[in-house]
Design a protein around this ligand. Structure first.
Ligand code: COA
Length: 343
């Protein structure tokens, strides 16, 4: 009986001078392949699992055992990688545990950007600490300790080594461009972002890893780590969603379907469907909000966190009083009973 494993990837990447991985490109990562793939890799008897650089002989052996196992697509990739001048790795994730090597972390980021898992669909605990900080250049990934020597070497040839960024995460589009997306400024989308088909990311937009969009959506604001934006929602110019990486606490922020975050608005609570936040207004979990019923009458004051996940809300800062108000399409009675449903 064939049982599935969590994921598999054959990748080619870059080592530093110490033989440590800086980055890995997986042309065709697979989610839930049969365990036959894992057996093919196990037969290679690698000493460092999910980290070893495969030799041409090992790749030839892998190619033929993958063919025998009926894994034609992956066998084809193994065949192509035999001729690689860069290090090659085979990663088997038997289950979805936190990544423990750079190749494992990169495979998980690929699963997200290839839309094989959605944000929070794979365990990325500790990934940030595992990934090395790298100079991303026109000559590929370079270890920061080796950068001065490489810069000088380029100058001696009359060239400039272009360092486009120094970061733990590369830009997504150098690894995969999922179909049906438009990205005005590719450096604003990190590998590990999940972009649903029909997503447009304008110049001011930004998408972190383990974050992204359902379809379709217009993103001119920032989607920080861990945030998922529902179908048909728009993030206005320079708007923000609070991420969970730093200072945002443990609440996972999400935006439901058909919401609008106005230009320069921000949200620090999960929003339900069809919610609007006025341009320039930042709602955090503790923001005191005056609830207005469908006649515009004040019903009561609540903290924004009590409105988490509720639909059909419009948040605005009253331009006369300065108070943050929330308008609903509910009558005072409906609104009251909804607000106290879980008391
Ligand atoms: C919050 C927002 C959605 C309100 O828009 P709206 O529902 O069309 O509201 P209107 O401007 O028609 O105003 C309706 C009423 O509310 C009042 N009102 C609107 N904003 C108010 C505020 N901040 N404080 C007090 N009253 C306000 C209006 O004066 C008007 O009053 P009236 O009924 O007495 O005439 C809008 O102001 C907004 O911020 N949109 C975001 C657009 C955006 O940023 N898009 C992204 C671009 S990149």
């Amino acid at each position: 009986m064939t049982t599935n494993i969590f994921a598999f990837g054959l990748g080619v990447g870059t080592h530093n001078n110490k033989g440590e991985w800086l980055e890995i490109f997986y042309p065709e990562p697979v989610l839930s392949p049969g365990s036959a793939i894992a057996n093919c890799v196990a037969e290679l008897g690698l000493s460092e699992s999910n980290n070893a650089n495969l030799s041409a002989e090992q790749l030839m052996q892998l190619e033929s055992s993958l063919i025998e196992a009926g894994e034609a697509e992956q066998a084809k990739i193994a065949g192509k990688l035999i001729h690689s001048q860069s290090p090659v790795v085979a990663v088997v994730l038997t289950q979805d545990s936190p990544p423990s090597t750079v190749p494992e972390a990169y495979l998980k980021l690929h699963l997200l950007s290839h839309r094989l898992v959605k944000p929070h669909g794979t365990d990325l605990t500790g990934a940030f600490g595992i990934l090395p900080n790298v100079a991303w250049t026109n000559e590929g990934a370079i270890d920061l300790a080796e950068l001065p020597r490489r810069q000088l070497a380029a100058r001696l040839k009359g060239e400039v080594l272009e360092v486009s960024c120094v970061d733990k995460f590369p830009k997504m589009t150098n690894y995969v461009v999922p179909d049906g997306v438009r990205i005005a400024h590719t450096a604003r989308v990190r590998l590990g972002a999940y972009l649903g088909k029909g997503t447009t990311i304008m110049h001011e937009g930004f998408v972190n890893f383990n974050a992204g969009t359902e379809v379709p959506g217009m993103i001119e604001g920032r989607i920080f780590a861990g945030v998922f934006i529902g179908k048909g929602s728009d993030l206005g110019g320079s708007s923000s969603t609070l991420g969970t990486l730093s200072g945002g606490g443990n609440i996972v922020i999400s935006v439901g379907e058909e919401c609008l975050l106005g230009a320069n608005a921000g949200v620090g609570i999960p929003l339900g469907d069809r919610c609007t936040i006025e341009a320039g207004l930042f709602i955090t979990a503790g923001t005191k909000v005056t609830m207005l019923d469908n006649k515009g009458n004040s019903v009561e004051n609540v903290k924004a966190r009590e409105l988490a996940g509720k639909s059909d809300l419009l948040f605005r800062r009253n331009s006369t009083s300065g108070a943050v108000e929330c308008l609903t399409n509910r009558s005072a009675v409906e609104l009251n009973s909804e607000l106290h449903a879980h008391n």
